[in-house]
Write a new protein. Structure first.
Lengths: 553, 347
């Protein structure tokens, strides 16, 4: 026992140093700078409570809805084989990395006052005003959160589902259990750690939500993070912002501790499976597969379709008479991407932006796997040390990004200007995902398999290669996909310092959208289409990797 | 012998590293807001003339950028800070982040733009936040465009006006200032209550207001009046995918309908390449940079006798009766005004 303890500390060393330098140090610096007892006044506390309640309320609702859609979808992807499955799976991941401005544009084209759905209703029922009010409602916030985060549930839970040993279900069935009992008594209990992990990640994302609330919720809704943004960056009122950030950090810590309490009780044991997937056979299965494919299409692909459509349609003639707007097809916006018409220093050639995005994404994948693997492997067999460290690893996900960005400025000064800081910041967000994805998979490897292999004379490397890796490979791909999309989506990057000479695609989209003129809007849509294509292709590529030891795919 | 060779090596390294290297350019870091842009050749000319490599970093919108500059006061992120405007100037001056510099180029700049008498923040450009309307919508509906702030409360414009939230967007805040100037500190909230009753739409920021809500831009919106910039008509013409003879939008030009915004540059205290930073400030006030300003950033130059692009002279005339508030007034009341506005309009 004595020899294990120092080894564990050694394994913890890299992830903890990373979090210490890039999360705790800057965060504590900014809190120390901003927090003061004078801030603890009645009106500030009243504001904090008011905002905290709404934050909690919308995050809980959003998480429930996301699970409602995500669980059956995870089942769909884990258990059934159908045409276009990998493409549909990749496409449900795309929303996760789309910039909020672009998502808002997509939802507006669909559900806005002049969106397709409202125009259809107005036409069909001869209405004078749009029947559906979308932007500025709680519904818009919830729908956008489901749109963004369902992929988290799908990825984490379908991994767990396809890793489950079907013999357990078969045994239950042959003992006379019906389908519902198999679910309640066999499958769901075994999925509990994954469901908890996915719910926590989704909840923290919704809890610290920012762009969605601002753009789709409108000015009447404010979460803690939105209020921090307003106080810190618009009102230049750092003490109140620091107070709110401190409250948000405490809440995140509480959720994380609660989660670790619940999740460590159950461990599933599973073996690598390849025969878990089949084609839909019964009518019930066929209806389920069809219905969910349609639902996923409507929910995830339809809102995104507006972007490629707008990127090839000209909407210039007859402006002002929108009901009869002429949609002419054009490739102008794409060709214009390659021209630096105004000879500006900050012109972003699309190839360069794509390459920079991919470079940062690649670095984020490598860095977060390197840091995530050791942490996940010790967390899988938690000791006393892990029980304390586990909740701490999740903190960066729920902590205020606005505050952290300001902390970076105090802590790092001119070092911030280095483009290398970008993948480091992305890794901070990706790491909790990578760890949560790898940990259940590592925990699911039965020790007896390893022991058997060792008894049969296999070297430790051989054991890892033939026992651990086949089970871990799928989770590793999933973790890599998370890191990849998080980086491509530039989470929180707009809050740090931007280097216009190292532009990425999301930055280019923001640049276009900040100026008037139909060329700018069209180019933003073209760039967004490029980002969607790049992500889809990237995810398909990661998933199609035949890692050694993987027998399926 | 061994000791001697080490000594020789060390002195050689010292010599090499201390030797003057005229070929390696010095470096200068300039922090700007997100809307900053400049022509490639204009910057290159400055870099070549002064043997310098200029690195630009963008710090968010003007408020976020200033906050970052204030936070990093003891170890500045950059040598030069561009983009603080008259609504933020008091904060910037009060926190003492600037190094004063009386640039000789200031002689070409009218006194009305020089708001800081001790030359810590020097004016570079100015613009106007106005109510902008969709021309096609108004002609198709046989409506005349509003002429004044008061007109916006008339029933014929019910539900047609979209603006940005002053708490999250600088054009929204500037428009709020314009109404405070026009109606006075004690009456402006009554005006806003009337606007609210007349179906005012408030969104988070300019991108949403212009590209989602405004009918004149993306074709998806339902509001034909938007709080935006006086230069929009020129920009719509310059950034049209097919040439258009006339601007699709125009600014409402009336008493106090536009808020006057002036943007400043300053040298950050503690900068090492001080002489170079001063040269850069001279350069921003020089004719070559000033002439570049309209086409790149959609604002007007502050220096005298700078030719404007055709689209500007044709479609974006300088508003004649803009609203102006003193920087001290703004600094003293900004937070209270935003809070009062939020309570009156949003809650």
């Amino acid at each position: 026992m004595k020899s294990i303890f120092p080894r564990r500390i050694l394994i913890w060393f890299a992830p903890l140093i990373f979090l210490g330098v890039f999360f705790f140090y800057p965060f504590l610096r900014i809190l120390a700078f901003g927090l003061s007892f004078e801030t603890l006044k009645a009106n500030n506390l009243q504001l904090a409570v008011h905002v905290l309640l709404f934050t909690f309320y919308q995050a809980s609702l959003s998480t429930l809805l996301t699970l409602l859609i995500g669980l059956p979808s995870a089942y769909l992807f884990a258990r059934f084989d159908f045409h276009g499955k990998s493409l549909l799976r990749a496409l449900t991941t795309v929303p996760f990395m789309l910039p909020t401005v672009v998502v808002a544009a997509g939802f507006n084209a669909l559900l806005g006052p002049r969106g397709w759905i409202n125009l259809t209703f107005m036409h069909l029922f001869a209405l004078n005003s749009p029947p559906i009010q979308f932007v500025g409602t709680l519904g818009a916030i919830l729908l956008a959160h489901v749109f963004y985060n369902t992929t988290i549930v799908i990825r984490i839970i379908s991994n767990a589902l396809s890793g489950l040993d079907p013999k357990l279900e078969q045994a239950a069935r042959s003992l006379g259990a019906n389908e519902r009992r198999v679910w309640w008594n066999v499958i769901l209990p075994m999925l509990r750690p994954s469901i908890l992990a996915a719910s926590l990640l989704v909840f923290l994302f919704d809890f610290s939500s920012f762009g969605v609330i601002l753009l789709l919720g409108g000015p009447t809704f404010a979460t803690l993070e939105v209020e921090i943004y307003i106080q810190a960056l618009q009102m230049l009122n750092l003490p109140v912002a620091a107070l709110l950030a401190f409250i948000q950090l405490l809440c995140t810590l509480a959720f994380s501790i609660l989660y670790t309490r619940f999740s460590t009780r159950v461990t599933i044991q599973s073996a690598p499976r390849s025969a878990n997937q089949h084609k839909a056979n019964t009518i019930k299965e066929k209806v389920f597969v069809f219905a969910f494919c349609v639902l996923l299409f409507v929910l995830f692909i339809l809102p995104m379709l507006a972007l490629p459509l707008r990127s090839v349609s000209r909407l210039q003639a007859d402006r002002g008479q929108q009901t009869q707007a002429h949609y002419g097809l054009t490739t102008d916006y794409y060709t214009e991407l390659f021209i630096n018409r105004r000879n500006t220093l900050f012109y972003v050639p699309p190839i360069t932006a794509a390459l920079n995005s991919l470079l940062y994404a690649g670095a984020t994948v490598i860095l977060s796997l390197l840091l995530g693997f050791p942490a996940a492997s010790v967390l899988a067999k938690p000791g006393r040390l892990e029980k304390i460290l586990d909740p701490i690893l999740i903190l960066p996900l729920g902590a205020s990004a606005v505050t952290l960005a300001l902390g970076f400025i105090i802590a790092f000064g001119r070092l911030l200007i280095s483009p290398w800081l970008v993948p480091l910041a992305h890794t901070l967000v990706a790491l909790p995902f990578v760890i949560r994805t790898l940990q259940p998979a590592i925990a699911s490897i039965p020790d007896r398999l390893r022991q058997a292999a060792t008894t049969l004379g296999a070297s430790p490397l051989r054991v890892w290669q033939n026992v651990d890796w086949p089970i871990l490979s799928r989770a590793t791909l999933s973790a890599a996909t998370f890191a990849f999309t998080i980086s491509l989506g530039e989470f929180g990057a707009t809050l740090l310092l931007a280097r216009p000479d190292y532009p990425t695609i999301p930055i280019a989209i923001y640049n276009f959208l900040s100026q008037p003129g139909d060329l700018n809007y069209g180019q933003a849509m073209a760039m967004a289409t490029l980002l969607m294509t790049l992500t889809t292709v990237g995810i398909l590529f990661i998933e199609k990797q035949r890692l050694p030891g993987v027998g399926e795919f | 012998m061994k000791r001697f060779s080490i000594l020789l090596l060390v002195s050689m390294i010292l010599f090499v590293s201390c030797a003057p290297k005229p070929s390696t350019p010095q470096s200068l870091t300039v922090m700007t807001h997100d809307s900053f842009a400049v022509s490639d050749d204009v910057i290159q000319a400055f870099e070549q003339a002064n043997n310098v490599k200029v690195t630009f970093v963008k710090g968010g919108d003007a408020g976020a950028m200033l906050n970052k500059a204030i936070l990093s006061k003891s170890a500045p992120l950059a040598d030069v800070l561009y983009g603080v405007d008259n609504t933020l100037l008091s904060e910037a001056l009060a926190t003492d982040i600037y190094e004063p510099y009386a640039s000789p180029a200031l002689k070409n700049i009218p006194a009305e733009f020089q708001l800081d008498s001790s030359d810590r923040a020097l004016p570079v450009d100015h613009g106007y936040v106005c109510v902008v309307y969709d021309k096609a919508y108004f002609s198709a509906h046989n409506l005349t465009a509003p002429q004044s702030l008061e007109d916006l409360t008339k029933p014929e414009y019910k539900g047609l006006f979209v603006m940005e939230n002053p708490a999250t967007s600088s054009p929204g805040l500037d428009f709020l200032f314009a109404t405070i100037k026009h109606f006075g500190d004690s009456n402006y909230l009554d005006y806003w209550k009337q606007l609210r009753a007349n179906g005012l739409v408030v969104v988070d920021g300019w991108e949403t207001a212009y590209y989602t809500n405004f009918t004149g831009a993306s074709g998806q919106g339902t509001q034909s009046l938007v709080v935006s910039y006086a230069t929009d008509p020129a920009y719509e013409v310059m950034s049209a995918s097919t040439p258009i003879p006339d601007a699709p939008v125009a600014a409402v030009i009336g008493p106090d309908t536009c808020f006057h915004q002036i943007e400043f540059v300053g040298i950050l205290k503690g900068t090492k390449p001080l002489a170079l930073a001063q040269k850069f400030v001279d350069f921003m006030l020089s004719a070559s940079f000033q002439a570049d300003v309209p086409g790149q950033m959609a604002v007007y130059p502050v220096a005298l006798n700078i030719p404007l692009p055709d689209a500007f002279t044709k479609f974006a005339p300088i508003p004649s009766q803009p609203a102006i508030l003193s920087v001290d007034d703004i600094s003293k009341n900004r937070d209270a005004w935003i809070q009062a506005w939020t309570n009156a309009v949003l809650h």
